[in-house]
Design a protein around this ligand. Structure first.
Ligand code: CA
Length: 239
């Protein structure tokens, strides 16, 4: 059986980091396409589809944030997972918190194991456009930290107690629980759990999270599962 090719676009102006990232991603069996500045990266993103993008924030010409937005608004890679590389943690919070559309970030200097782990996690994440039925078939029953999620039946049990969830609550829980430790920004990612026809504000995301916590958390004010990442969004506890 032939293996599916995983294509990664790496946009980084520092040659050493670019080569290091590509080296380790290739080692994972991914096909790596390097670009040395934002314009070159955008040209590639507009010409080809990718499974993952690794974008440096500070790039000559077109910066990483603008590139990220252009990719999200583009035709070919609108729902590609994007990992941003940033120099500082404060920058990283902005990157994921603003409407850039980045999915995750790594602050420099980073370890190659961390890079590979984040890349793998992003590649495992179901794409927005992918059918949920296909995802459900592979993960019919998900158990994570005392929460059982029966995907086809849309049933949830917390510590062996049945919990009634609305469709939106269920979708939010499923999205977070299938990606423990990954931060979902309120603007860029969590709004996608609403069906396309609703206008979603940051406040509607917060309200939904509050409702979900009341249903699944023993202490909603001190959540064990659905954690707040201040100024950014939410994640499912990973430890
Ligand atoms: Ca740079």
């Amino acid at each position: 059986m032939s293996q599916e090719v995983v294509r990664v676009l790496v946009v980084e102006d520092e040659p050493n980091i670019r080569e290091l990232v590509c080296l380790h991603l290739r080692h994972e069996g991914y096909t790596c396409d390097p670009a040395a500045d934002g314009q070159a990266g955008l040209a590639k993103a507009q010409a080809d589809t990718y499974n993952l993008m690794v974008l440096d924030l500070m790039l000559p010409g077109l910066d990483g944030l603008s590139l990220c937005r252009a990719v999200r608004n583009g035709r070919l890679n609108a729902d590609v997972p994007i990992l941003m590389l940033t120099a500082k943690r404060e920058e990283a919070d902005k990157v994921v918190g603003l409407e850039s559309g980045a999915d995750d970030y790594l602050t420099k200097p980073f370890g190659v194991r961390e890079l590979v782990a984040r890349a793998r996690a992003l590649l495992r994440r179901p794409r927005h456009g992918a059918s949920t039925a296909a995802a459900s078939a592979t993960e019919a029953l998900l158990t994570i930290r005392g929460i059982e999620i029966d995907v086809p039946r849309r049933k949830v049990r917390v510590d062996s107690r049945d919990v009634e969830l609305t469709d939106q609550e269920f979708r939010l829980l499923h999205l977070l629980a299938t990606h423990p430790g990954i931060v979902f920004s309120r603007e860029a990612r969590l709004s996608k759990i609403w069906r396309g026809d609703t206008y979603v504000t940051v406040r509607s995301v917060d309200t939904l999270v509050k409702r979900l916590r009341r249903r699944v958390e023993a202490e909603p004010a001190n959540p064990a599962f659905i954690q707040t990442v201040w100024g950014v969004g939410y994640k499912f506890a990973d430890a």
